[in-house]
Design a protein around this ligand. Sequence first.
Ligand code: FUL
Length: 499
Amino acid sequence: MTGDTNSRRTLTRRQAFAALPAAATALAGTTNTPAPFGAIPSARQLLWHELETYAFLHFTVNTFTGREWGYGDEDPNLFNPAAFDADSILESLAAGGMKAVILTCKHHDGFCLWPSKTTSHSVRSSKWRGGQGDVVRDVAEAARRRGMRFGVYVSPWDRNTGSYGTPAYVQMYRAQLRELLTDYGPIAEVWHDGANGGDGYYGGAKEKRNIDKKSYYGWPQTWDLVRSLQPEAVIFSDVGPDIRWVGNERGIAGETCWATYDPVGEDGGPASPGNVNAKASPTGTPHGSRWLPAECDVSIRPGWFWHAEETSRVKSPRQLFDLYFQSVGRGASFLLNVPPDRRGLIDPADAASLQDFGALLRQTFRVDLAAGSKVTASSVRDKGKEFRAANMVEGGVARYWMTEENVHTAEAVLEWKRPVTFNVMRLREQIALGQRVEEFQVDIWQDGDWRKAGEGTSIGACRLLRTGANLTTTRVRLRILQSAAPPAISEFSLHLAPA
Ligand code: FUL
């Protein structure tokens, strides 16, 4: 699928990087550039915001043992996906609107899906493709061929290696990252999960090993390494530094969801991966000091790995569509796990659901009913063309409606000659200028009066509202009821989702 479901008004890759460090200046292209408000996204975060919907592939020895967490003593020969075909997998993901893919290059069991030099516990020791296979390479290349971005999940917890718990393991983990971030082309995202320590095989010791989550992994140095090897890659963990965990594995962001966040640890002290007060993660911190948007990870099945007995419980296209509204529609991203089966392909049940979900997205967002409306506003910065309210419905990169200095509440009215019928509304703030809006309402003109059609709090990168019933009108009013600074709205679009 192409970019028709989102980002028609966000920055292109090149523009996002050109926009750094003076994002606001480059955006407005005017001498009268509005000052950014509060924390603002980095260039790599702006690129990530454009993805919105991307896939996880959980795939390893667990696919063959039926476990969710391998112990670390699995025979590498268990991994034998005879029909593995990365292009076929990526085709299914693309049909579901996925714009990138993150592969579990190593899960907690320690089995590496690439021929790592750091361990023999990898595809190299498997009879699969005579020990010559490399799942990471195949997926990375298939993604590139499709114009999808590629990311890596590398579990910090490693239940296989004897060195886990000692400083030597931290060096090994960094060496694994170095291989993945050097040998496989551009990386969009590096994913560090928070499951840390516990019992495992550990080179035969078969014991419980506890590590200090706050200090053991030396995250600042590891992240410096990632930055030096892949400066465009966003780094995900419970606490960023670029993307935060949303705080649940159900794929649902807070109804109010701030891209800004000041995470604290479970004990109220400093936070680290595996140690965060996750209750605050769905909502974030209003006007917090860091731009740290949420990523909503969820599996299309009950488990993260493919298990035959769960095929009857694959989420339906409608369930996925609802999750899209609860994640992307709240300014977060939707990271949908679609685990390959034992053949090394996407199960037909998952592929069918993805395909229909993708069709729903395309049908909903293909047409923007707001385009072509006449737009007026109660306040426009400079009263000129640069910041006029029509920018919200006209598309084009980086144009937005902005009110005059010190005007934080305002309204804009869209008007049509002939009635339009819609049931979905989409709003976007120009996030390069920071997240500003705290409360808004949308009304429609009906029977000679304004009637509430929807309301919300945070907007950020994207806010989707569904109206339930279809609404037909010739006038729609957007009211910004509360904002910490003059609102800067880059999109207000209206759509009709299929019944
Ligand atoms: C968690 C892991 O323990 C699960 O197995 C899965 O990989 C999930 C996405 O992250 O931390």
